[in-house]
Design a protein around this ligand. Structure first.
Ligand SMILES: [Zn+2]
Length: 311
């Protein structure tokens, strides 16, 4: 039975409490055939060869990037970002607004003319599947994954990619410092930085995209805590703090100045480009967040991303 808040007209949804790569691709296919404003392209492949999809929308000169599901057990963020894209496209192309439609046509038209949004909803597809399906379908990695997971078949808390590398510790921004701080010497469910910066194809694909497009600012969706991180070693531009305050106010989240963390995507973006980068920790609870929370969290995410396209 569909739970309260589900809308049968909606393409993007969580079914049977799961949102795996196959679900994501199937819903992307439906979005692609329904909405011509959504442009799909692969930016690379995961370790197991899954295309990593980027969805572009808009014709504005201001380039903005949003990514999600960098961490495996935060897969709800992939569905949240894809829903945002659906609502945005529906506001532009559907004749009648759907019930529960959050984006207005006027809002969508303004975003569309001012911005080009590049969204990568599922950065870590192998990890997303591992955390939901377990290791049985991971071919040659199965026995190693069980070993790295302490012989437990329960991968629901897994954050890393399929090689046990934490993709948000992979970026070349004081990577060695982060590695020392974490003190994890090899593949692990979380916090292993990998053998070298950008050693993993998922992190590398994100870096290549980011170097190839002049993004004004970037947003990385994680879970959980209802917090927004906006600074990095005093390298962020002056406006980052007030922008974070606006994003936080929109979602009723807290803007938090963070110390003692390196090698994340937003850290690297701020260091490399000296432009604003934000990590948004959506929802509250224990990862993976329960699918029942999806519609409620979506309202926060919608408000925050709407603000990110109005900064
Ligand atoms: Zn995370």
């Amino acid at each position: 039975m569909p739970c309260h808040g589900d809308n049968p007209e909606r393409i993007v949804h969580i079914e049977d409490r799961k949102f795996r790569y196959a679900d994501f691709c199937q819903q992307c296919g439906k979005l692609q055939s329904r909405y011509s404003v959504l442009k799909f392209a692969s930016i690379g492949q995961s370790v197991l060869g899954k295309p990593i999809w980027c969805v572009r929308i808009g014709k504005g000169s201001r380039q903005v990037h949003v990514n999600a599901a960098v961490h495996a057990n935060e897969w709800i963020t992939a569905a949240l970002l894809l829903r945002f894209l659906e609502d945005y496209a529906a506001a532009l192309e559907d004749e009648d607004p759907k019930s529960g439609q959050t984006t207005t046509r006027r809002q969508a038209e303004a975003w569309y003319s001012d911005y080009t949004l590049w969204a990568v909803p599922m950065v870590n597809p192998d990890g997303v599947d591992l955390s939901q399906n377990g290791a049985d379908h991971c071919g040659p990695y199965r026995s190693r994954l069980l070993e790295w997971n302490g012989q437990s078949p329960d991968f629901t808390r897994w954050k890393a990619n399929i090689r046990g590398v934490d993709l948000n510790d992979q970026f070349p921004a004081f990577w060695e410092v982060e590695r020392e701080r974490r003190g994890i010497g090899g593949p692990s469910p979380q916090d292993y930085s990998g053998p070298a910066p950008l050693s993993e194809p998922e992190a590398s694909a994100l870096a290549v995209l980011t170097r190839g497009v002049p993004f004004e600012h970037v947003v990385s969706l994680h879970s959980q805590g209802k917090e927004i991180y906006w600074n990095y070693r005093d390298l962020e531009p002056a406006e980052a703090e007030s922008m974070a305050a606006r994003l936080a106010a929109a979602g009723r989240y807290r803007a938090v100045k963070l110390e003692g963390s390196d090698a994340g995507y937003k850290d690297w973006f701020i260091q490399e480009f000296r432009r604003p980068g934000f990590t948004v920790e959506v929802g509250e609870g224990v990862n993976p967040l329960p699918p029942e929370d999806f519609e409620e969290i979506y309202l926060d995410v919608h408000a925050i991303l709407a603000e990110a396209l109005s900064l």
